[in-house]
Design a protein around this ligand. Structure first.
Ligand code: ARG
Length: 507
C-alpha cells in the first residue's frame, strides 16, 4: 500500500506506478540527457519509491534507448532538428505511457530531454479521455515555455516545441513529423499552467499572450511567494481535473541543478521545487509525472554538480509521489477526503420544511390533548407523550441535517439510517392513532361522527352546550389533522430514504 495519506481521485490503482525510463536526447543537441534515467535509478530512486513510499512498480527496469527508431539520415523538416527520430520516439513513448495510464496507474517518466513530453502527455491525455471521459490539465514547471512553433524557434531544437504540438497550435499532417498526434492526444490551452518561467523567446511570449495561457514566472513567484502561486495555479485548474506534472529540472536554479542543457540563473530553490510537487500531490488529482533534462554529463567544474542535480531530481519525484517532508511532520496534514455528494437542494429543503410542519403540528396537538385530559381529570394515554417524543426527535434530526449541510458533511448513510429509525418510530405512532380513530377500542372517528359532525341540528346560541360542541369539534378536527400530518410525515420519511439512496448510488 502507498503510505501517502492523500487519496487519489482519478486513479483506479494509485498504489501502482508505471515507470517509463527514456534514454533519449534527440530533442536538442547536447549528448548526455539520455544517461539521466540510469543515473536516477542508480542513485536509488525507484527502490526508494518502492520501499519507502510503498509503490508497486510496473514496467521495465531497462532504460529505453529507442535506437531502432532513430534513422541514420534525418535531415531537418520545417527547420526542426532530428524530426523523424523525435516523432517516432515520442510516438512509442505515447504508447508506453498510455498502456500504464489506461490501467489506472500513476505514470512516472524519467527523461530524456523535454521533447519526450509530446509522448508522455499525448499518452496520458488519451488514456484519461478513454478511462474517465475527461480532459486533463498540465502543470509545466520549467524555465522555458517550450511552446515554439517550428517557425518561431530560433534553435530548431524540438525540446523547445513540445507544448506547441500538444496544444494543437502547431500541426503537421505527415505521420513522420508528429502527424500521428490525434485530437485525443492533445490538451487544451485553457488547462495548461506554467510555473517558473524566466527564459521565454519573443515568439513564445506572443503565443502565450494570444492564447491567454496561464503562466507564473519567477517574477510572480517573487511577488506572491510560492504558496500563493500554487494556490492560484491549482485554483485555475480546479479540483475536478486530472493533472499531468511535467517537471523540467532547469526550472530549479543552477545552484541546485547545474547539470542541464539550458540552465538559466534566477530559478526556483530546491525547496520551492519540492513544494510545487508536494502541492500537486496533495490535490489527489495527479495522474502522471515527468522529470526531464537532467544531464549528468554536463557538470560544470566537477561532477559534484551532476550528483547534486540527480539528487535534486530524485527529491522532486519523491515529493510528487507523496513523500512527506518538513512542516507536515509538525502539524498533521489535514487532507480533505470527504467525498462530494450531490443532494437535490430543492427537494431536500422541501422535505425538511414539510417534515418540520408535520412534526410541530403533532407536538402542538398532542400537548393540547394532554392538557385537556388533565383538566378533565382523565388519565393521559401513553401514545400522546410517545408521539410528542418521536416528533421532537424528527425536529432534532432536521436540525442535525441543517448543521451537517452547513458543515458540508451531509452523508447519505446518516440520512438513510436516521430516516429509517424515525420511520419505524413514526409508523408505530401512526398505527396507534389509526386504531384510536377507527379501531374497535377507541373509535374517535365514530364518536366524532356521532356526536359532533352528526349532531343534527348543530347547537347554536351562546350557551354551554354550544361551547362544548365547538370544543368537541375542535378536538375531532385536531385528530384528523394529526392523522393527516402523521401520514404525510410517514410518506416523507420513506421519500428521504429513497432520495438518500439515490444520492449515495450516484456519488
Ligand atoms: N526544454 C528546454 N530546456 N527547452 C529550452 C528551449 C530553449 C529555447 N526556447 C528553444 O526553443 O530552443
Amino acid at each position: 500500500m502507498n503510505t501517502s495519506m492523500v487519496s487519489s481521485k482519478f486513479l483506479s490503482h494509485p498504489e501502482e506506478l508505471g515507470v517509463v525510463a527514456v534514454g533519449f536526447s534527440g530533442g536538442q543537441c547536447k549528448p548526455g540527457v539520455d544517461a539521466a534515467p540510469s543515473a536516477l535509478i542508480e542513485s536509488g530512486l525507484l527502490s526508494q519509491l518502492h520501499s519507502e513510499l510503498g509503490y508497486k512498480l510496473h514496467g521495465d527496469d531497462q532504460v529505453h534507448l529507442y535506437t531502432d527508431l532513430v534513422p541514420a539520415d534525418d535531415p531537418p523538416f520545417r527547420d526542426m532538428k532530428n524530426p523523424r527520430a523525435v516523432s517516432s520516439v515520442t510516438k512509442r513513448i505515447a504508447d508506453q505511457v498510455y498502456t500504464h495510464a489506461k490501467e489506472g496507474r500513476l505514470v512516472l517518466t524519467l527523461g530524456g530531454d523535454h521533447s519526450i513530453a509530446i509522448g508522455t502527455i499525448g499518452g496520458t491525455a488519451k488514456a484519461i479521455r478513454e478511462r474517465l471521459g475527461r480532459e486533463m490539465a498540465v502543470i509545466w514547471v520549467d524555465a522555458h515555455a517550450d511552446i515554439n512553433s517550428p517557425e518561431s524557434s530560433a534553435s530548431g531544437n524540438i525540446h523547445g516545441m513540445p507544448v506547441s504540438f500538444l496544444t494543437g497550435l502547431s500541426r503537421e499532417d505527415n505521420e513522420d513529423f508528429f502527424g500521428w498526434l490525434r485530437p485525443e492526444n492533445l490538451i487544451s490551452v485553457k488547462k495548461l499552467v506554467y510555473i517558473g518561467l524566466r527564459d521565454v523567446d519573443p515568439g513564445e511570449k506572443r503565443i502565450l499572450r494570444e492564447n491567454g495561457i496561464k503562466a507564473f514566472s519567477m517574477f510572480d513567484i517573487d511577488r506572491h511567494g510560492i504558496g500563493r502561486v500554487m494556490e492560484m495555479a491549482l485554483g485555475h485548474i480546479g479540483t475536478d481535473t486530472p493533472i499531468h506534472l511535467s517537471f523540467d529540472v532547469d526550472a530549479l536554479d543552477p545552484m541546485w541543478a547545474p547539470s542541464t542543457g539550458t540552465p538559466v540563473r534566477g530559478g526556483l530553490t530546491l525547496r520551492e521545487g519540492d513544494y510545487i510537487c508536494e502541492c500537486v500531490h496533495e490535490t489527489g488529482s495527479l495522474v502522471a509525472v515527468d522529470l526531464v533534462e537532467v544531464n549528468p554529463s554536463l557538470a560544470p567544474a566537477n561532477d559534484i554538480g551532476a550528483h547534486e542535480t540527480v539528487r535534486a531530481g530524485c527529491s522532486l519525484v519523491r515529493c510528487a509521489l507523496g513523500e512527506i517532508t518538513s512542516g507536515s511532520l509538525v502539524y498533521e496534514r489535514r487532507v480533505e477526503r470527504i467525498h462530494k455528494y450531490h443532494w437535490p437542494a430543492i427537494q431536500l429543503n422541501l422535505w425538511m420544511l414539510i417534515m418540520l410542519i408535520s412534526a410541530c403540528t403533532i407536538i402542538g396537538v398532542f400537548a393540547t390533548f394532554i392538557q385537556i385530559q388533565q383538566v378533565l381529570l382523565l388519565p393521559v394515554p401513553w401514545y400522546f407523550p410517545y408521539y410528542i417524543t418521536v416528533a421532537s426527535l424528527a425536529v432534532a434530526f432536521i436540525i442535525m441535517l441543517l448543521w451537517l449541510i452547513f458543515q458540508r458533511r451531509l452523508l447519505p448513510s446518516i440520512v438513510m439510517i436516521g430516516g429509517f429509525i424515525l420511520f419505524v418510530l413514526w409508523l408505530v405512532g401512526l398505527v396507534v392513532i389509526s386504531v384510536q380513530l377507527w379501531g374497535p377500542s377507541g373509535s374517535v372517528s365514530g364518536n366524532c361522527n356521532l356526536f359532533v359532525f352528526g349532531a343534527n341540528p348543530a347547537p347554536t346560541g351562546q350557551n354551554l352546550q354550544t361551547l362544548a360542541w365547538l370544543e368537541q369539534r375542535s378536538i375531532c378536527q385536531s385528530w384528523q389533522a394529526v392523522f393527516a400530518f402523521g401520514l404525510i410525515g410517514g410518506i416523507f420519511l420513506l421519500w428521504i430514504m429513497v432520495m438518500a439512496y439515490q444520492v449515495f448510488a450516484e456519488g
